[in-house]
Design a protein around this ligand. Structure first.
Ligand SMILES: *Cc1c(COP(=O)(O)O)cnc(C)c1O
Length: 347
């Protein structure tokens, strides 16, 4: 066997281009011994349930699945009915990057989008959007979905989540959180995982592990356990039930220990902050979005984009306004940062 990475150059394209953090890899290797009962009846999954309850400081039910799209679609389908709509920001992954998997899993569930600065939903915009529903002629607002940290790397503070959740509650809507980069948000805000979830009114969290440094395995966590009813069947039906589930659970146990996941997230955020500060100090380069977590958005003109691509950097443009996206994964080194900044300086 002779296969190796095809990228000539290390990249800031996304936080899923990196490999596996050693703590997760070691846990995976340790789990690879002996026989264990399949489909989640193994000791690793049981321990993961306890660990998540410790980390979130509450009673809750945890379900490992393979990926984020499946986790979101299943979580949303579990807390809604087919005639409902999900209110989400117009840049939300569930709205633009999931081929409407929530609509498929939700049997007609509809995503309705809300505009808002920096990828964030404001209370007034949420009220306005809910008010636009036309009684029995349009989908009934059933779920509010928040992305934390959002697609632009920005976070809702605990009181903002609580205010939005309260509006959802007034309208009998459930609250979903897409936490593909939840750890980065916890680290950036300096809060506890509980502060920005159940304490602020979140019913179900999709906790992302892949972008953090796991091989695979996102968690659907129900704080409102009544909503988890029959979830195991949904997960199986959607092809998201791992038979050797210990291998989804073990890497999580590796990174939850001693808050290792949050240390990695804080490091990624700090690297992004360094890039943001150094890039913004270069004449002709501005940040398109304030930096808060592990993402930096740079405003580069066409000539600058061509020149930086010619130097081997793969660029991602999420939207016209947000500019070029730089994401720091866990294994970004000082050398990578210096090389990128030096190329930017020479544009
Ligand atoms: C990456 C990501 C996901 C999950 O994506 P998968 O590729 O399906 O695992 C979900 N939400 C957000 C905001 C993401 O960035």
């Amino acid at each position: 066997m002779n296969v190796s990475s095809d990228l000539q150059h290390r990249q800031f394209t996304s936080d899923n281009i990196s490999g596996i953090v050693p703590e997760a890899m070691n846990a995976l290797i340790q789990a690879n011994s002996g026989h264990a009962l399949p489909y989640g009846s193994d000791p690793w999954v049981a321990e993961l349930n306890r660990e998540i309850q410790r980390v979130f400081d509450t009673q809750c039910s945890t379900f490992p699945v393979f990926n984020g799209t499946g986790a979101n679609a299943l979580a949303l389908a579990a807390i809604s009915r087919s005639h409902h709509s999900v209110m989400a920001h117009q840049s939300a992954h569930i709205a633009v990057d999931e081929v409407n998997a929530p609509g498929l899993m939700g049997g007609g569930l509809r995503i309705e989008t809300i505009a808002g600065e920096n990828g964030l939903i404001s209370p007034s915009a949420l009220r306005h959007r809910i008010g636009q529903a036309r009684g029995i002629h349009s989908s009934k607002p059933g779920v509010l979905s928040l992305t934390q940290a959002n697609e632009l790397g920005l976070c809702y503070r605990p009181e903002q989540i609580a205010e939005l959740s309260a509006i959802a509650r007034e309208h009998d809507m459930a609250v979903h959180m897409d936490g593909a980069r939840f750890a980065n948000a916890v680290a950036a805000l300096g809060v506890t995982p509980a502060d920005i979830t159940w304490r602020a009114g979140v019913d179900v969290l999709v906790l992302g592990g892949t972008k953090l440094g796991l091989p695979f395995g996102e968690l659907v966590i129900f704080f409102n356990e009544a909503l988890a009813r029959d979830f195991e069947w949904k997960r199986k039906q959607a092809g998201q039930l791992a038979s050797k589930m210990r291998f989804l659970a073990a890497p999580w146990l590796g990174v939850l220990k001693e808050d290792c996941w949050l240390h990695y997230a804080a490091q990624c955020n700090a690297k992004a902050q360094e890039i943001a500060v150094r890039a913004a100090a270069i004449p002709d380069i501005q940040l398109a979005v304030p930096q808060q977590t592990n993402a930096v958005f740079l405003q580069l003109n066409d000539a600058q984009q061509t020149a930086i691509s010619e130097r081997g950097w793969i660029l991602i443009n999420l939207t016209e306004e947000s500019g070029v996206r730089i994401l720091c994964s866990w294994d970004i080194t000082q050398r990578d940062i210096d090389a990128f900044i030096s190329d930017l300086e020479q544009l």
